[in-house]
Design a binder for this molecule. Structure first.
Ligand code: SF4
Ligand code: SF4
Length: 468
């Protein structure tokens, strides 16, 4: 490596790529990438955006495919309603999700950042193209930024920022539809604004937040704010797949000269991989926290390699061990094993979601109450019953004592166990059992739970009798 490259290579960790020596922000004017990987990412990203915008309109049965209403503690996943008492499923899902992220990162590095992170997808495939439309290529943008505030600059800048804000407002609405559901959002839109001032204020705040992030903060989200990028250094190892520069093949880098017999490495030091980088780093310095695995440098370098008749892949998806040994990165046993574990986790969550009942019944003895002796020769215990109906339709619930002959149930206040859709009822009932069947102080009582005359599960509780 040349001396100046050695200095650069040893200095690159002194500060974040987007900050200069004085600590000022260095605005990134990334050149638009082009090539196989960018095309693939464009398809994936527009598909991703389409799915993101369409999901709130999809319903399974009466419920949204996905709704996370934190404010009212109501959640719908794959059309199944979840309530706060289903939190164990969320807790398990969260643990599974964290394990998923860790295992995925160990095997595939920051693949998710480049291909699925909303920040990257929105920035690179919505906001950046709008910027190119209003302000031209990165070189023209730089010129515009440095120029006087004339009519042309005012027009271009204001046009861009107005569109940025409108898109941010649309994104905020899309996110809101995931929280309150599309029906409620459409209802709100159709009603006078004065009736929804709180909601409208939060919408404006979130729109402003998105606008500031995509118009000004940009790469700082990935390089400084996002914890995932910072954590990756403790999750990856020498076998992790990442976007890497093949230093063995590329070094010593050397400018290409006509009619010169090349004895150096394949890197012609054209800096194309650096000028396309949206976080402004030089991948030739090795794996860096700022890299969002966007593949732009792969495309840029491949184009250069093509032009100078050298093999493509100087920058590519590779592991550190692959670069060291020269052995090609394959879908190895470790990746296969991790993929199996990840699939099992997804199946567990899927099972928890789909095997969950539409109705939950909880029964417990009323505290401080023992038993009552009745004139008809029975003993009765008082119970507290909570029934959650997670469907939208009314549910008729029946409780049937199963392990005592002639046992009966008597409700207090109501004998009708009809629970309205998406409601919970809490009420008390007596269970009466003929005295001669109660053989001890504490007796097991099994109750069959029927929903619309169909048995859905069995509950066990205790029935208290006198000391014998
Ligand atoms: S180093 Fe390459 S992959 Fe990483 S952010 Fe920059 S351009 Fe994207
Ligand atoms: S694009 Fe390729 S050849 Fe050009 S500087 Fe980067 S690694 Fe070297």
């Amino acid at each position: 490596m040349r001396e100046e490259d050695l200095v650069k290579a040893s200095n690159f960790r002194d500060r974040v790529s987007t900050v200069d020596k004085e600590g000022h922000r260095k605005w990134i004017y990334a050149i638009k990438p082009s090539g196989k990987w960018y095309n693939a990412r464009t398809i994936v990203s527009y598909l991703y955006l389409f799915i993101f915008l369409v999901i709130p309109f999809i319903k399974i049965g009466d419920h949204p495919l996905l709704m996370i209403n934190i404010v009212e503690s109501k959640f719908s996943i794959f059309g199944k309603m979840f309530w706060p008492h289903d939190m164990f499923i969320f807790a398990i899902s969260m643990v599974a999700f964290i394990i998923f992220i860790v295992l995925f990162t160990i095997a595939f590095g920051r693949l998710l950042c480049g291909w699925a992170c909303p920040q990257t997808v929105f920035m690179e495939f919505i906001f950046r193209p709008i910027e190119w439309l209003f302000e031209g290529s990165p070189t023209q943008q730089k010129k515009l930024d440095q120029g006087e505030w004339d009519a042309n600059k005012i027009l271009r800048k204001s046009g861009k920022h107005i569109v940025f804000f409108l898109i941010s407002f649309l994104i905020a609405n899309a996110f809101l539809s995931y929280i309150i559901g599309i029906d409620k959002l459409l209802l709100i839109i159709s009603e006078p604004i004065s009736e929804h001032t709180v909601l409208l204020t939060s919408l404006i705040i979130f729109s402003l937040l998105f606008y500031v992030v995509f118009a000004f903060v940009r790469d700082i989200v990935c390089t400084t704010i996002c914890p995932y990028g910072r954590l990756q250094s403790v999750m990856i190892d020498k076998d992790t797949m990442q976007i890497a520069y093949d230093y063995k093949r590329g070094e010593p880098r050397h400018k290409i000269k006509k009619a010169e017999v090349r004895t150096e490495g394949d890197c012609i030091d054209c800096m194309k991989c650096v000028v396309v980088c949206p976080t402004g780093i030089d991948i030739r310095n090795g794996n860096q926290m700022e890299c969002v695995a966007c593949t732009a440098c792969i495309d840029a370098c491949n184009e250069v390699m093509d032009a100078v008749n050298l093999p493509k892949g100087l920058i590519r998806y590779a592991s550190e061990n692959e670069l060291e040994s020269g052995k090609k990165l394959t879908f190895n046993t470790r990746m296969k094993a991790y993929t199996v574990v990840l699939s099992i986790l997804v199946l567990i969550i899927g099972f928890l979601v789909f095997s969950r009942d539409d109705v939950d019944v909880f029964i417990s003895k009323v505290k401080g109450q023992l038993y009552q002796e009745n004139p008809d020769g029975t003993l009765s215990n008082l119970y507290d019953v909570k029934i959650f109906n997670k469907t939208k339709r009314d549910a008729t619930i029946k409780l049937v004592p199963e392990n005592y002959a002639n046992a009966s149930i008597q409700g207090i206040g109501t004998d009708q166990l009809v629970v309205k859709g998406e409601q919970m009822i809490d009420y008390k009932l007596f269970i009466k059992i003929p005295k001669d069947q109660i053989i001890s102080r504490s007796n097991n009582l099994r109750l069959g739970i029927y929903l619309d005359d169909k048995k859905i599960r069995t509950l066990d509780t205790k029935f208290l009798g006198p000391f014998k």
